[in-house]
Write a protein of this length. Structure first.
Lengths: 330, 326
């Protein structure tokens, strides 16, 4: 089952509330699995796919020529001295070469996508994968179709007239890929004509790197968190807002942080009955701490391992003025 | 329990799952059962974690990470399937001939091709109706060149044969697939099919007309054996393409895109059948057709043509007729 959904992270207002939904600039494919959960993929855009296509073209051609040359050299060295290479064997090599060229041209992509689970060499490098439009794995017939119809996608062919000084004009066919690009821009999943015919979609398959709860080195954060009234419940939307704020802190300057935090802090201060001059940034950090961190402390025993799984985001110093709320001073 | 606790408790498993994704995707042979079991268990746990994370107050970064982790593991668990042998046999000997037999698009493509081919051949054979039809279609130069080629034709060596067979595969099967693909917007495909039909027809009519002399004899000698397979293959690939082209115009109560995909899936085997025919034709054309009269007499080649037509008829009609299952 596939449904168009804006991923949770960017959903600023829940659909159920009937409020405005801000659609993200990037396009996502949401997949519901047999395990009864939904996850999303980022769809790969035309220029990311152009890169993987160029890589594919280069690699398939390189592999073809290397294999061809190896066969020629091996046969030449082994059988050459017996004088066998020149006649029948030589043309047998040409025979293999031409048949091989046919298969590389028409079947390389389909073969790779069928047997390597939707990925060609270029897609492996660019971390892309071909999927069925509902998020399941593609089958061989789809792989064949989408690769055959690349011919339409790369059109129209521009014939570049060249004159090599012989007086005869030679026309070099240059694929412009305008058809494919136009069609990709006209549908929201960046599917080219071949994708539409085969019912496939190309997604990015990258592990996101940030994932941990932000830890604070500033000792005032837990202190203030303790002071916040336990009756104050942070609801889901506010938790998202807090998390978005804290996760972006390392990338913002102090005055910008202050500006953003001041939007929320007066309301919170009033609601929680805090001192009016509480540092807004500190207040939001403390609220974040209260929401996401446990009360027990000292959990820095993360074993080092080679993995891209959640790394600890960089902490950002909190501005030093008006350190603690008034009732905590002296 | 707060998010930080849960994340800390779970992240070791996440890292393990991440590592296993790499391991499983790299190994090409059959996976060992224990590994797969463990992987599936880890994956289900990660799914549960994702559900928990998105339902509760987890930082967006964690949710993002879990989304990408689950997506990656999902692709390792649910993999693309290659063709199964029984499926292939069923496809080749049951589904495909039936589709070809009952597909109006193939019939229309056949009518267009054979009709234009016949008319064009007749016009260039009967010089009186449309004088100089053949040279008008193909150009004087090409016609002259074809005549001289066949006048001097005295067979090839085995090496040349081998090379030419591969060339015919590359060229003719390529043309077939091009016709198939360019039928998607219909008009380019029809033009390609029509121009092929008219040119081939003109060549046949001109070369077989009495005033071609020795060149005509050689031509007849050359084309007889592989003609049936090659010409049928063009019709098949055009018919398969035409089905896809028609499907997004006449959608038969489906959404346009769905209709396109359903019909593309249906016509894929026909296109592959055409490729197979092009292969057979290329090998006949490479090894049997160029043999001179003294080596393989014409009646043998004619017998091959009759035999291959018979085989195709068996395939299309006997296997293709929608027999009721008892």
């Amino acid at each position: 089952m596939v449904e168009r959904k804006i991923p949770m992270v960017t959903k600023l207002k829940a659909d159920a509330d009937g409020g405005p939904v801000f659609s993200p600039v990037d396009n996502y494919l949401t997949v519901s699995t047999p395990e009864n959960i939904a996850f999303f993929y980022q769809v790969a855009g035309p220029f990311q796919r152009a890169i993987s296509f160029l890589l594919d073209f280069t690699f398939s051609q390189a592999a073809y020529w290397i294999i061809f040359l190896v066969i020629v050299l091996v046969l030449g060295f082994v059988l050459g001295p017996f004088g066998l290479f020149a006649g029948v064997l030589g043309s047998f090599v040409m025979f293999l070469g031409l048949i091989g060229a046919f298969f590389v041209y028409w079947f390389y992509g389909a073969f790779m996508e069928t047997f390597y689970n939707g990925r060609t060499w270029g897609k492996m490098i660019c971390r892309q994968r071909v999927l069925n439009a509902d998020g399941s794995a593609i089958n061989g017939s789809q792989a064949l179709l989408r690769n055959f119809f690349r011919l339409v996608d790369t059109g129209p062919i521009f014939l570049l007239p060249l004159d090599f000084g012989t007086g005869d004009q030679v026309f070099i066919p240059i694929p412009t890929a305008i058809f494919g690009l136009a069609v990709m821009c006209l549908n929201r999943d960046f599917r080219r004509i071949g994708d539409l015919v085969a019912g496939t979609i190309v997604v990015k398959e990258e592990l996101k790197r940030s994932g941990k709860v932000v830890r604070f080195t500033d000792a005032r954060v837990p202190l203030l968190a303790d002071l916040l009234p336990s009756s104050f419940v942070v609801d889901k939307e506010m938790a998202l807002a807090l998390a978005s704020y804290v996760e972006r802190r390392p990338f913002l300057g102090p005055s910008r942080l202050d500006e953003i935090a001041r939007r929320l802090s007066p309301l919170l201060i009033e609601k929680m009955n805090l001192a009016p001059d509480t540092n807004p940034d500190l207040l939001l950090c403390s609220l974040y701490y209260k929401t996401f961190h446990s009360d027990s402390t000292g959990q820095e025993n993360i074993s080092p391992r080679r993995s891209s799984s959640p790394r600890i985001p960089i902490d950002m110093p909190i501005a030093n003025s008006d350190l603690l709320p008034l009732n905590q001073r002296n | 329990m707060k998010a930080a606790d849960i994340i800390q408790r779970r992240e070791i498993e996440w890292a393990k799952l991440e590592g296993m994704c790499e391991a499983i995707s790299q190994r090409k042979s059959r996976q060992n059962a224990q590994l797969v079991n463990e992987f599936a268990a880890l994956y289900r746990n990660a799914c549960a974690d994702l559900a928990l994370a998105s339902a509760n107050q987890f930082p967006p970064g964690t949710v993002d990470y879990l989304h990408s982790l689950v997506a990656k593991a999902h692709n390792q668990l649910y993999r693309s399937r290659a063709f199964q042998l029984t499926e292939i046999l069923m496809m080749v000997f049951h589904d495909t001939p039936r589709r070809i037999f009952s597909d109006p698009c193939v019939h229309v493509a056949g009518l267009i091709f054979w009709g234009l081919f016949g008319i064009s051949a007749w016009l260039s054979y009967e010089g009186s109706v449309w004088p100089n039809f053949a040279s008008g279609v193909m150009g004087d130069e090409a016609l002259q060149q074809m005549e001289t080629t066949f006048e001097d034709f005295e067979g090839r060596t085995f090496s040349e044969n081998m090379f030419m067979a591969a060339f015919y595969v590359f060229n003719n099967a390529g043309i077939g697939l091009r016709v198939f693909v360019s039928m998607l917007p219909i008009l380019p495909g029809l033009i390609l099919l029509g121009s092929n039909a008219v040119q081939l027809g003109a060549a046949f009519g001109h070369m077989l007309s009495p005033d071609s002399g020795i060149a005509g004899d050689n031509f007849k000698n050359f084309v007889t054996a592989h003609g049936p397979f090659e010409l049928t293959a063009i019709v098949l690939s055009a018919g398969a393409g035409l089905r896809i082209g028609i499907s997004w115009l006449a959608t038969n109560n489906l959404r346009r895109l769905d209709s396109l995909q359903v019909n593309a899936k249906k016509s894929m085997p026909i296109a592959l059948c055409a490729v197979a025919f092009f292969f057979i034709a290329a090998f006949i054309e490479g090894f049997i057709s160029p043999a001179p009269e003294t080596m393989i007499p014409w009646f043998v080649k004619a017998a091959i043509a009759v035999l291959s037509s018979g085989l195709m008829m068996f395939y299309f009609v006997i296997l293709g007729y929608p027999w009721r299952r008892r």
